[in-house]
Design a binder for this molecule. Sequence first.
Ligand code: AMP
Length: 215
Amino acid sequence: MNIILLGPPGAGKGTQAGLLVANHGMKQLSTGDMLRAAVKAQTPVGLEAKAIMERGEFVSDAIVSALIDDELAAMGDGTGAIFDGYPRTQAQAVSLDELLAKHGRVLNHVIELAVDEDALVDRITGRFTCANCGEGYHERHKLPEVEGVCDRCSSTEFKRRKDDTEETVRTRMTEYRAKTAPILPIYDARDIVTRVDGMADIEAVTAAINTVLAS
Ligand code: AMP
């Protein structure tokens, strides 16, 4: 099973991908996570991507498709892939088809998380995670039960993404609308798109995704 989670920044792609990994043993292929790791490790890709990501613009198609190629090459055949934040442009959608064919895989579903943009700005600008275990929090909607202490692992270190500012979020939304939303018709034509209400509770979104996977 290979699926794409598609939706604007803050739609819940990463959260749902994490749950799919935990519940179905699939592998999350998040180009955003791969790029952040490259920036941290100061690899050539990271050095090139850093400023682009801080502005909320798109990194080049060639770079992200090469990252996905490497990940697919390293994966076992029996493990399903969740594409999270990829493809984001028409060219990447074409590359993904080529990469799937190269690695003997088929795309089963595209799940579009439909969301309200103003609510997304609120979601994104308030979010932070535990620096140790990655548990997600929100300064207005989900604070740790004990202030400053992670509910899951008791760490007192938290972090925020550098690109989660209102200005960058607006740029990321514009990029999504202009370049990513237009790739949906490619998959609509194959009849593999399901729209899920991304504004619903996390559990309700997970249940809707599970229904799609079981179909
Ligand atoms: P994300 O974690 O998916 O929100 O991605 C964070 C940032 O990484 C984006 O705002 C882009 O700058 C860059 N990025 C991630 N995935 C892609 C992609 N598929 N194509 C181009 N840029 C990407």
